[in-house]
Write a protein that binds this ligand. Structure first.
Ligand code: PHE
Length: 335
């Protein structure tokens, strides 16, 4: 009974607030306070059916509401006369908090990587995720019989094209249509037919880097990557360039950083090595320059490619790549 009365009062007040003219308000007076069938009047009439001990209290409540509604109707009439708008917003009510979204940790990491390289003078470019064998392999000095071209490793389309296995084909596409100097990074998705486990997923992200100019040396590569690592992982981080091999760079290196968990003394994350591999890099192979009609005698370049998931996992101590793709809000909300 008490609850009904409260709801009735709220309904009346809401309708009064929404009234657009005097006629609306006259209608509301009849609806709620009308002598015969007014909704509040009926409450008053009903009091005589209540147990005697409830009568005074209920009478008081209903009468108070009746008075209040009468006053509100009058107030609203005055306000309308003064030209106040039909609906008004009660700015004293507490606001509704909109649910806040956030960027995926991979997107955040990508943004951070881009920010750093843009600061070093690189431009951000993109290439297609569906590639031809020419761009994904051939032009990168991986001829037909190269083991990395094994069908086991790549997703092929029926027409012979494939989902790019790396962002390196963007190097070729950019060099084909521009002449040096070039300083670009190319972020994007890559695909490999890997079995899913804690460190492999068939779709992942890479950021490719390429700088071509006269007199580019390995020192420029070292300097750029050192600058990147300091900003991404902190200034105290050490770098190590390990000789390696990629068909499209010569010499090639894999770059390790001192383990961000144990700082190099050895722990589970770095398998007691003290070092974590973060990317592949090298000086652009003259064979690649020939494919895009650059004179290898005139130009040199460096290139690098890093896995964004890996960078993000190392930065935040995430031990399973699958977490990025499960869309579990308990995980995502932490970033
Ligand atoms: N594309 C190589 C990979 O996916 C990485 C790389 C890029 C290495 C550029 C050297 C230069 O492993």
């Amino acid at each position: 009974m008490k609850l009904d009365l409260k709801m009735l009062g709220e309904e009346a007040k809401r309708k009064i607030r929404g009234a657009k003219n005097e006629r609306d308000l006259d209608g509301l007076r009849v609806e709620f306070l009308g002598r015969k069938k007014g909704k509040i009047t009926l409450f008053l009439k009903n009091i005589r059916n209540l147990p005697p001990e409830d009568k005074p209290r209920q009478g008081q409540l209903v009468n108070r509401l009746k008075k209040e509604i009468g006053e509100r109707i009058l107030e609203r009439k005055e306000a309308l006369k003064k030209g106040e708008p039909g609906e008004y917003i009660d700015i004293t009510l507490p606001g509704k908090k909109p649910p806040l979204g956030r960027l995926h940790p991979i997107t955040q990491t990508l943004e951070e990587i881009k920010r750093i390289f843009i600061g070093l003078g690189f431009c951000v470019v993109r290439g297609p995720e569906i590639e031809t064998e020419y761009y994904n392999f051939e032009a990168l000095n991986m001829p037909q019989y190269h083991p990395a071209r094994d069908e086991q490793d790549s997703f092929y389309l029926e027409d012979g094209r494939l989902l790019r296995t790396q962002t390196s084909p963007v190097q070729i596409r950019i060099m084909e249509k521009t002449s040096p100097p070039i300083r670009i990074i190319a972020p994007g998705r890559c695909y490999r037919r890997d079995a899913i486990d804690a460190s492999h997923f068939p779709m992942f992200h890479q950021v490719e880097g390429l700088a071509v100019d006269r007199d580019i040396t390995f020192s420029h590569l070292k300097g750029s990557l050192t600058c990147f690592v300091y900003q991404m992982f902190g200034k105290g981080t050490k770098l190590r360039f390990r000789p390696s091999f990629f068909p499209f760079t010569e010499p090639s290196a894999e770059v390790d950083i001192s383990c961000i968990i144990c700082k190099g003394s050895g722990c589970n994350v770095c398998s007691q090595k003290g070092w974590l591999e973060i990317l592949g890099a090298g000086m652009v192979d003259p064979e690649v320059f020939k494919k895009v009609n650059y004179d290898p005698e005139k130009y040199q370049g460096f290139a690098f490619g890093m896995g964004v998931e890996r960078i993000c996992m190392l930065k935040y101590g995430i031990d399973d790549i699958r977490l990025f793709f499960q869309n579990d809000l308990r995980f995502l909300r932490q970033f």
